[in-house]
Design a protein around this ligand. Structure first.
Ligand code: TMP
Length: 254
């Protein structure tokens, strides 16, 4: 089915196809997992299905509290219809607890609670390894305006509050996450909306009691089955029925 459509873009974990109407795209979730800017790669059966469903769940939740997103509707197990946006070339990261690159860069032990949520920006460029940049760089190089940056920080913090609360409710700590932001044009004005995906590929999720990692670090650090970890997140959120233990053939709940 997907093959008949025109491919617009292929990334490491997703493919974008032309959508059925102007201004729309079909986002296809692959099973491919990569880490370290593509240095480590594997195919994790069922990952795409889980991320498609989880991203739908988070995007719908955000829409319900008035945070605009690109998500229109899920089409099938691996595909969702989304609004076409102009992607701002930034990975916007929000951190609640130190882990990953901030721990390495600043020597803060993983698991240290941060005094407040910290918003960081990385310039999206695989060749450069997505370097950390400041608002100064972003505005000076014209990747976004000062107004955009104010809106992006506000959006990122709203996503953080929403996601932290949802996760807290199912016994999971939202350590950090990454979002991408898109522009949609309305005449000469634009609005900013949440784009790309929100899934355990782009978050750090730790079980509150045991500290067990339920996110892509399981793959990055060889900690066990990534599918089992993502299935556990989906099961706790009620996205998959509780009797599904393995995600190769998930049963969808409508
Ligand atoms: P980091 O600790 O490696 O900087 O990552 C912070 C969070 O953002 C972590 O949940 C992973 C996510 N992230 C991505 O999903 N893609 C990226 O390109 C980057 C830089 C981070």
């Amino acid at each position: 089915m997907a093959q008949r459509r025109k491919k617009v873009y292929e990334g490491k974990a997703k493919i974008l196809y032309e959508g059925p109407e102007p201004g729309t795209l079909v986002q296809y979730f692959k099973d491919d997992a990569t880490a370290g800017n593509g240095e480590k790669r594997d195919v994790i059966e069922g990952k795409g299905v889980l991320n498609n469903r989880l991203s739908e769940f988070f995007m719908n939740g955000l829409a319900s509290i008035g945070v605009p997103t690109h998500f229109i509707r899920r089409l099938n197990m691996r595909e969702q219809l989304i609004r076409m946006v102009e992607i701002i070339p930034l990975e916007v990261v929000v951190r609640n607890t130190a882990a990953g690159s901030i721990s390495k860069r600043l020597g803060i032990p993983e698991g240290t609670a941060l005094p407040r949520p910290i918003v960081e920006f990385y310039f999206k460029d695989d060749k450069l390894g997505d370097p950390l940049v400041s608002e100064e760089h972003i505005i000076a190089f014209g990747w976004a305006s000062q107004q955009d940056m104010d809106d992006i920080v506000a959006l990122a913090l709203r996503v953080n509050d929403f996601m932290s609360g949802i996760m807290l409710g199912v016994g999971i700590k939202l350590v950090d996450f990454k979002i991408e932001i898109g522009r949609v044009w309305e005449g000469e004005f634009h609005r900013l909306i949440i784009a790309d995906e929100i899934s355990p590929d782009s978050c750090r999720l730790w079980d509150m009691k045991t500290g067990q990692k339920l996110d892509k670090d399981v793959f990055r650090r060889d900690l066990g089955s990534l599918t089992d970890a993502y299935t556990e997140v989906a099961r706790r959120l009620g996205v998959l029925p509780s009797n599904v233990t393995h995600a190769t053939k998930p049963t969808l709940i409508n």
